[in-house]
Design a protein around this ligand. Structure first.
Ligand code: SF4
Length: 236
């Protein structure tokens, strides 16, 4: 299956954030849906999707967030997210950690009593993230084209309640994932999640690889929103 085209160059995208003043964020969309991934899958969740990412995974399903967004004050983002009156809020992207205002925003959401999830590529230091936030961090597999960006030091900063996600596009990716989990004992330190790149690896293939591996504490996941809605639907 052809990978989604991923324009424009990462450096040009990150430059968009240089025009965002202190106190504001560049936001692609804020909406409510059900959580599609992680151990929180299936729960109603408000998504705050930040614009811009400095990676370009070959299979990225959110390239529309790369260079489009609306400047919003942090107060407005917080107010919109809270207006849904939903106990679960996820900060996602793009790459949220490129925007400094994300850090106080997550703290304010946690102060408001929300369970806060952060989806991050794993390429940026997670040490400034409020300890109440549940971090769902990718480790990029070789076929993403971005595995050289994995910031391995993050593994020592995560909490036992955080989650590591592997997106598998091939058998090579699976072999890398299984070896990485074993080398770093990830399945005894964190929740480990594995999912297939939609259209590249069949879910049944990945399930069989997982079962054959003998890894007992690694969780297979489907992207629920791609099952519930048409896979190309946005804002769900
Ligand atoms: S890190 Fe996420 S948003 Fe960025 S290119 Fe990869 S999949 Fe897309």
């Amino acid at each position: 299956m052809p990978f989604a085209s991923v324009p424009p160059e990462a450096s040009h995208r990150v430059a968009l954030l240089e025009h965002v003043p202190t106190g504001e964020l560049l936001i692609h969309e804020i909406y409510r849906s059900v959580q599609g991934e992680s151990t929180f899958a299936g729960l109603p969740c408000v998504f705050v999707r930040c614009s811009v990412c400095d990676l370009r995974c070959r299979w990225c399903d959110t390239p529309h967030a790369f260079n489009r967004g609306e400047r919003m004050s942090r107060e407005s983002v917080l107010a919109q997210a809270l207006a849904y009156n939903c106990p679960l809020v996820e900060i996602t992207g793009g790459e949220p950690l490129l925007q400094p205002e994300v850090f106080p925003l997550m703290t304010e959401l946690a102060d408001a009593g929300k369970t806060v999830l952060l989806e991050t590529s794993g390429a940026h230091d997670v040490s400034p993230v409020d300890r109440r936030v549940h971090i769902i961090m990718d480790l990029k597999c070789p076929d993403s084209g971005e595995s050289h960006r994995n910031l391995w030091a993050n593994l020592d900063l995560l909490k036992p309640t955080d989650q590591i996600k592997f997106v598998i596009a091939s058998r090579r990716d699976w072999d890398w994932t299984a070896a990485t989990i074993r080398e770093h004992h990830l399945d005894s330190r964190f929740e480990c999640l594995v999912g297939a790149v939609f259209g590249s690896v069949q879910p049944v293939e990945l399930v069989n690889w997982l079962l054959d591996s003998g890894l007992q504490r690694v969780r297979f996941q489907l992207q629920l929103h791609k099952v519930v809605w048409d896979p190309s639907t946005r804002g769900v």
